[in-house]
Design a protein around this ligand. Structure first.
Ligand code: APR
Length: 238
């Protein structure tokens, strides 16, 4: 029976909810240049372009057509029924884990539903799309809110808590991530180093560099509920 579980999720867990991933066919990075919409320099160069990129994703998320899928719901059930410690680290900026019921959750790349004051770094729940009128209420003069997103070149959030969780977990599961962006891509090494069992759930089979001890190939919406059933039944993944 596992005592401490860490789960890392990526864009692939939200794909079956209708949200685009980044590097799959028709991914977001096929249509946008990272340096234009996901770096501080890009934001400095063209605020409106970056705002349009995040506003369109924010509006889709709040359109009523995007719901948590079976994988999100299974992780929320794991949190509710697992008697050990669980932490979900998500690279995703959507709120589907929260809407599925997860609370032991850490958004290491920020959250689409929030804006951040560039001066005080205070965050605000977004009521309106980003724009010149959407300003903080903490400064005089009020500052135009920026997306509360960790851009390339910026420090991910919650790293102390993440390292502590990885140092002590006995099961590390990565779901729907390409493992191409650090530091998240290195979490499996830390988990392996500390003797945890490491499992990957992904649509595509592992490549020869795969560091996971187990790889489950298929859709997260189908495999994650089965994985959660195994864990809650007290069985070891094998
Ligand atoms: N079930 C399981 N896996 C899936 C599914 C699915 N239904 N659909 C896609 N995948 C897998 C793909 O095979 C791919 O490996 O999800 C992964 C998505 O990879 P990326 O698009 O690279 O997304 P992610 O790994 O989350 O990107 C990490 O990069 O651009 C930055 O900040 C951004 O947080 C993001 C980070």
């Amino acid at each position: 029976m596992y005592q401490q579980i860490v789960v890392l999720t990526g864009a692939g867990i939200s794909a079956e909810s209708g949200l685009r991933t980044f590097r799959d066919q028709d991914g977001l990075w096929e249509e946008h240049h990272i340096e234009d919409v996901a770096t501080p320099e890009g934001y400095e160069r063209d605020v409106e372009l970056v705002e349009r990129f995040y506003n369109s994703r924010w509006q889709q998320l709040h359109s009523g057509t995007v719901e948590p899928n079976a994988a999100h719901l299974a992780l929320a059930r794991l949190e509710a029924e697992f008697t050990g410690q669980l932490l979900i680290i998500t690279q995703n900026v959507d709120d589907l884990h929260e809407r599925a019921g997860s609370r032991r959750l850490l958004h290491m790349h920020g959250e689409l539903s929030k804006g951040r004051c560039p001066r005080s770094r205070q965050t605000f729940i977004l009521r309106d799309p980003f724009g010149p009128k959407n300003c903080c209420t903490c400064c005089i003069p009020a500052q135009r809110l920026r997306p509360h997103i960790v851009w390339f070149g910026e420090m991910p959030l919650g790293m102390d808590r993440i390292h502590d969780a990885l140092d002590h977990c006995d099961l590390f599961i990565a779901i729907g991530t390409s493992g191409t962006v650090y530091p998240a891509a290195g979490f499996v090494d830390a988990a392996n180093h500390h003797g945890a069992q490491t499992v990957e759930v992904n649509m595509i089979p592992p490549d020869r560099h795969c560091q996971f001890q187990y790889h489950l190939t298929g859709k997260a919406g189908e495999l994650v509920p089965q994985l959660v059933n195994t864990i809650l039944a007290g069985r070891v993944i094998s």
